[in-house]
Ligand binder design. Structure first.
Ligand code: MG
Length: 391
């Protein structure tokens, strides 16, 4: 790391520094010491790794969500002298509002990133969003707050980042539809009969991306794409019928944006998160990436196939929740989390995942939330309801 401090550097707070998005973010930051500076890092519980990163990147402020881990970190002596260590949700919120920060990247798993994301917006920070749950649960509140405060919201998920790149500079009235690509996951080419016998070990092998077990299962059921369509609807202010998905086994094209005049723009890059992360962190600047770009001197074939919603009911259910609005997308997300963890524990078969989600959506009454607390209550109710459907 270059130690020289230049005022032109963008100062970044990274919430979720120890996960796979965090690791890729650190690769981008390490590659651009003249453009990016890390001023705060946070994690749920892995304080040992935070201590290593605090040293390596000379990060002055650290937050640890889990109380016991926070206490252990404070008394460990593992952090460089002078490091400020804060704990709990309040600690994450404090980091999200650091006066010296320009950009806050939220990459913590689950709903713990919600309040810090809103805090970053309130403090006028540019918000780079990697956590899906934030927009699926609170899209209405996040987008309203960002509009009101006039802050830049940069999507980090590869497909949404790709849409952002394609539509930037285009009036929204000219956008006819967006199409997110889906690899189709681990069982794309399996006959439907075999899906009944999928094991957790089968489901966590993803052909193109290296990710955690939950999201890898979500990409096999296409729930991941369903959640991404919900996210896209909020991010880009689209109607449900404008958001589509297509199977694209190579994961090279990340989105296709169709304009009203019939033109279609696509974004292509290798399937690695360093590309969208660098775009979001340096925006609007372009600079050499940390990985090799696509090489068109090598054979490159790109295929697209329509999604069979009979084979991927989770996509159909997601679209239903987008039309229904209200808390339905939050209920979908909560029920899916319960069903996927039960599948990973070997308690329910793979094909039970969409059934549990469908039953939960039918059982939990939908309504239009007027405050975030109501969405969180619906989320908790959906989790309780989904658990009753685990047999
Ligand atoms: Mg994605």
């Amino acid at each position: 790391m270059a130690a020289s401090s230049s005022s032109s550097r963008k100062r970044v707070v990274l919430l979720g520094a120890t996960g796979s998005i965090g690791e890729n973010t650190l690769r981008v930051i390490a590659a651009h010491p003249d453009k990016l500076e890390l001023v705060g890092i946070a994690a749920r519980n892995n304080w040992e790794k935070l201590a290593v990163l605090a040293r390596q990147f000379r990060v002055p402020q650290v937050a640890i969500f889990d109380e016991a881990c926070f206490q252990a970190a404070k008394s460990s002596g593992a952090f460089p002298p002078g490091t400020r260590i804060v704990g709990g949700l309040a600690g994450l919120i404090e980091l999200a509002q650091l006066p010296e920060a320009d950009t806050v990247l939220v990459a913590v798993v689950g709903t713990i990133g919600l309040q810090p994301a809103l805090a970053a917006i309130a403090a006028g920070k540019t918000l780079a969003l990697a956590s899906k749950e934030i927009l699926v649960l609170a899209g209405k509140f996040i987008m309203a707050a960002a509009r009101e405060r006039g802050v830049k919201l940069l999507p980090v998920d590869s497909e949404h980042n790709a849409v952002f790149q394609c539509i930037e500079g285009h009036p929204s009235a000219g956008i006819a539809r967006i199409t997110l690509t889906a690899s189709g996951g681990a069982f794309r080419d399996w006959p439907v009969e075999r899906l009944a016998h999928v094991t957790p070990a089968d489901a966590v092998k993803h052909p193109n991306w290296s990710m955690g077990p939950k999201i890898t299962v979500d990409s096999a059921t296409l729930a991941n794409k369903g959640l991404e369509l919900i996210e896209a609807q909020w991010l880009f202010g689209l109607r449900a019928e404008q958001c589509h998905a297509v199977l694209h086994p190579q994961s090279i094209v990340h989105c296709l944006v169709s304009f009203t005049d019939g033109a279609m723009l696509a974004q292509l890059c290798p399937p690695s998160m360093t590309f969208p992360l660098q775009h979001a962190l340096l925006h609007p600047l372009r600079a050499p990436g940390v990985e090799a770009p696509l090489d068109l001197s090598q054979l490159l074939s790109l295929e697209f196939r329509p999604v069979d919603e009979g084979r991927f009911p989770m996509l159909r259910l997601a679209k239903q929740t987008m039309v229904a609005g209200g808390v339905a997308p939050a209920v979908y997300n909560a029920a899916n989390e319960i069903a996927v963890s039960a599948f990973l524990e070997g308690r329910v078969p793979f094909l039970a995942i969409p059934q549990i989600v469908d039953k939960t959506l039918q059982a939990v009454a939908n309504f239009e939330p007027t405050e975030l607390a109501a969405v969180l209550e619906a989320d908790a109710r959906a989790r309780r309801t989904a658990r009753t459907f685990l047999r």
